[in-house]
Design a protein around this ligand. Sequence first.
Ligand code: 4AD
Length: 606
Amino acid sequence: MAESTQPSVVQQAQDAASKLAATVADTLNFSDSKPADADKSGLPLLYIDEKAGSDSTGTGAELVPFATPLAAYQSLKPSPESDANPSALATFMVRKQDSVERNEWVELSASAKKKLVKTIGGWRKQEAKQAAEGERLAKEKAAQEEKERKRREEAQSIVLVDDPTKEAKRTKIFAVPELVGSRVRVQGWVHRFRPQKTNYFLIVRDGTAMLQCILTGDCIKTLDALDLVTESTVEVVGTIEKVKEGQTAPGGVELIVDYWKIIGRAPGGADAFDGRLQPDTDASIRADLRHLELRGEIATSVMRVRALLLRAFRERFHARRVTEVTPPCMVQTSVEGGSTLFEFDYYGAKAYLTQSSQLYLETALPSLGDVYCIQESFRAEKSLTRRHLSEYTHLEAELVFIEFKDLLDHIEGMICEVVDILLADPVSAEIIKTLNPDFVPPQRPFMRLDYRDAIKYLNEHGILKEDGSDHVIGDDIAEAAERKMTDQIGRPIMLIHFPKALKSFYMKALESAPDFTESVDVLVPGVGEVVGGSMRIADLEELMAGYRREGIPHEPYYWFTDQRKYGTTEHGGYGLGVERFLAWMLKRYTVRECSLYPRWMGRATP
Ligand code: 4AD
């Protein structure tokens, strides 16, 4: 919670008291430090009232008394010579405890004067102690600064030489394990840094891998060595050696550095990188610092698997002769209903950010055959769940001359093959093992569960609706119930044949039960739905009825409808949420961790 800038009640009361005191003093023509009264011998009279006075706002005047004799004495700014006999400087008047009403002031008693002298002694001691401590600290600081100055002066005189006659192969870190015995030149960020008396251990990261670097001798005496902090960029030059028996380092090698320099400095102190992102850093600060978080090991690992995953999908599509296309993101039609459309002004006309590229993929079938795209989709989701983004990477495919069973087999095949590729790749396999050690590749065939059987399952297993009642045919199964069922079953499920009323205008009806559709959601444990797909209506009249049923004007869809007019075909397709798929494989709590710069309700920065 932000600290209140409002003064406390006590503070307000004190302020009011000092204002009143000042007003009274002004009115009676008192100055702050000089009470007007003096006794017969001309000594100033200082008034002290233990109860009603104040040491911070009192002036010693009768109407504005101090609370203690010590404060009254201190107000005289006395030299230590007077400490033994304060009465030589002023006459101290105290109000008798029981005489407030009568306003009776008496001179400080002899015993109280003795006590005052003692208190003054204590005050002087305290002052002396504080002064000595201040002096000690100042000396210590000066010594430290001098030491630092000397260190820097000495460091400045140590200049490492980048000997141009000694060849060093410029390389990326991933290649260094092959270069044992060679002299190499590497540039990267200081990922970790452990300075010791006689050597520095650096872990340098260049985006391809990590490299342990050992700095000794003059290498740790330069100005750069004094200034080094994590996340600085450095150039390191030296010989690659295998790590000694029993020791470990990334790639099993280390760089024995003979020349190095800082390329770009990073701040230390309060602004140091390591201090800005701690495990307990607030989620919204973490989101603001996503650009820095991306440098961390977990985020880097997730992004690396993400890249390999997209490559694996492309590879499997290529192997199946499915062609990649790039449909537009700015569109004037909806695919999945109007409630999650982001609308914008397009040269004076209404346009939207695409919810799905499906309709455009369908139109490409007659020219390219099976097609796919990996494109951003946008959903104006009003919910802040851990599996919803406002912008996500949508992997969609459309397959022609197929039946529903072919679609299911294709989806299942793609998922299993991509998982196999990622488990066979040493980089992604290692990351999956680290982030999700219990991951088991899904077994084929996936369980195929009819929607109507799923409703039965939910009721038989006591998984109720949000309002506490049993599910009935026709219900949209809520996210929580769907996840509960999937987690109980514990393996991917193909949930098929959703009611027509729950699905979009383009879905093909089941021949045996026309109120249901040839549709599929793939559900996986921990996440829920990762894929949504269906067979599409091939018949022109049926499609027109679909528009009518959903209350959608058919005119803006003329280009989509034409697909049925000019040589229609049976076809179907699906969309896979890349972030959800990653969250499943890498056991991430939220899809937000699986996007480079995630967008969700209220968040479009950085
Ligand atoms: O089920 P959806 O809405 O289906 C479609 O958009 C179809 N037109 C796709 C097609 O057949 N070509 O979305 C498909 C998948 C979901 O299964 C889910 O994985 C993902 O897209 N998805 C989201 N991912 C993150 N955040 C959101 N807000 C998402 N909405 C859908």
